[in-house]
Design a protein around this ligand. Structure first.
Ligand code: CO8
Length: 260
């Protein structure tokens, strides 16, 4: 499959999707969104692919936000009637049940920060910079920044970030629980691939189940979430991979996963 604004490749069971508009600092246009929807659907549909990485091309940016040039002349009615950028959550986050990692290689601003936060977790290079600078454009986050950033780093820091539009460096982002880990810039993709390969080596059904459980913590009360967790655990005990995993442990060998 060939795309205009993204690149896709596979490395074993790991899919790598790269936003490829380096001259525009990988700004997120409607075309990028449409192509990412296709690429994530292809990843989800391919049983040989078990973890994905999303990154940006070039050394400077993961994505410097939604494409300001595309938005500048658009009327409010068009944003509303098209439900502009309404598909990120419904057609990527909700439909990608398999895991994916954002490998943030530079600026992740506005929609870029919001896109990184849609991933299951973020690995950042030491030159990554996160921010929600929309206020400086007379607007505000529109792809989940006010919600996901606040859940990730708490009200005080999120409010300060949104109200000042300042950027947060990688070290602060790790300290604030926005990112899972920070690695040297030149090692980013290798480290992300290593982590993705570890995940891809896990029993695939258990991987989806673990993701579903953690995500339910954001949607439910503690009591509801604990029930979801227990029920999914109980369902997994009926899987062939549970039998294999426990036998493999006892026999001191690696598991040979069936994915069911
Ligand atoms: N959109 C379009 N083009 C961009 C964007 C962007 N977000 N960011 C950078 N570019 C382009 C620049 O225009 C420039 O292009 P050209 O060479 O043709 O002039 C090229 O990328 C390089 O950028 P700079 O020369 O500015 O590079 P610098 O190193 O000087 O600065 C910065 C880098 C600090 C990242 C700077 O480019 C910048 O501030 N960019 C904009 C960041 C921003 O404001 N992002 C938020 C955008 S709004 C948003 O994301 C809203 C999301 C929600 C929408 C949902 C609607 C419902």
């Amino acid at each position: 499959m060939s795309y205009e604004t993204i690149l896709t490749e596979t490395d074993g069971a790991v899919t790598i999707i790269t936003i490829n508009r380096p001259k525009a600092l990988n700004a997120l246009s409607s075309v990028v969104l449409a192509e990412l929807i296709e690429a994530f659907a292809a990843y989800q549909a391919d049983d040989s692919q078990l973890c994905a990485i999303l990154t940006g091309s070039g050394d400077k940016a993961f994505a410097a936000g939604a494409d300001i040039k595309e938005m500048s002349d658009k009327a409010a009615a068009d944003f509303y009637l098209e439900d502009f950028f309404g598909d990120w959550t419904s057609k990527i986050v909700k439909t990608t049940r398999k895991p994916w990692i954002a490998a943030v290689n530079g600026f992740a601003l506005g929609g870029g920060c919001e896109l990184a936060m849609m991933a299951d977790f973020i690995i950042a290079s030491d030159n990554a910079k996160f921010g929600q600078p929309e206020i400086k454009l007379g607007v505000a986050p529109g792809m989940g920044g006010s919600q996901r950033l606040t859940r990730a780093i708490g009200k005080s820091k999120s409010m300060e970030m949104c109200l000042t539009g300042r950027m947060m460096g990688a070290e602060e982002a790790e300290r604030s629980n926005l990112v899972a880990k920070v690695v040297p810039h030149d090692d980013l993709i290798a480290e992300a691939k290593k982590t993705a390969a570890t995940i891809a080596g896990m029993p695939p059904m258990a991987t989806i189940a673990n993701k579903e459980m953690v995500n339910s913590a954001f949607e439910m009360t503690l009591d509801q979430g604990l029930i979801v967790e227990r029920r999914i655990f109980q369902i997994l005990t009926a899987s062939e991979d549970k039998k294999e995993g426990m036998e493999a442990f006892i026999e001191k060998r690696e598991g040979n996963w069936k994915g069911r």
